[in-house]
Write a protein of this length. Structure first.
Length: 115
C-alpha cells in the first residue's frame, strides 16, 4: 500500500471520532455548560499526545490510528465547545467575525503543526 494511502487510512478514524464527539460535546455543553467538555477534551488530547511521544518508536500503524483518533476526539470535544462558548459571549452582530477568527486560527495552527 502506498504511504499516502496508508496515511489517509490512519487518520480517517480520527476524523470520524472528531465529528461524533463534537456532537456529543454539544449535548454536554447544553446540559452542563462548557467547562466539562473543554476540560475533558483537552485532558484526553494531552494524554494521547503524551502516549504517542512516549512510545513513538514502538507504535504500529493501528496503534497510531487509535491514539490519533483519541487525540482528535478530544480535540473535537474541546474546540467545538470553545468555539460555541466564545461565540455566545459576542453580540449577535459580531458572530460572523468571531467565526472567521476561530476558523483562521484553526487553519494557522493546522499549518504550523504540519510544518
Amino acid at each position: 500500500m502506498a504511504r499516502v494511502t496508508l496515511a489517509g487510512w490512519v487518520t480517517f478514524p480520527g476524523a470520524v471520532i472528531n465529528a461524533l464527539l463534537a456532537a456529543w460535546a454539544g449535548r454536554i455543553l447544553d446540559k452542563r455548560g462548557a467547562r466539562l467538555p473543554i476540560l475533558t477534551g483537552v485532558s484526553v488530547s494531552l494524554l494521547s499526545l503524551f502516549l504517542m511521544i512516549s512510545f513513538s518508536k514502538d507504535l504500529s500503524n493501528i496503534e497510531i490510528a487509535i491514539l490519533y483518533a483519541v487525540y482528535y476526539g478530544g480535540y473535537g470535544m474541546s474546540f467545538s465547545s470553545l468555539m460555541t462558548s466564545g461565540l455566545t459571549s459576542l453580540e449577535k452582530k459580531d458572530h460572523a467575525q468571531g467565526n472567521a477568527i476561530f476558523n483562521t486560527l484553526q487553519q494557522f495552527s493546522g499549518a504550523l503543526g504540519t510544518a
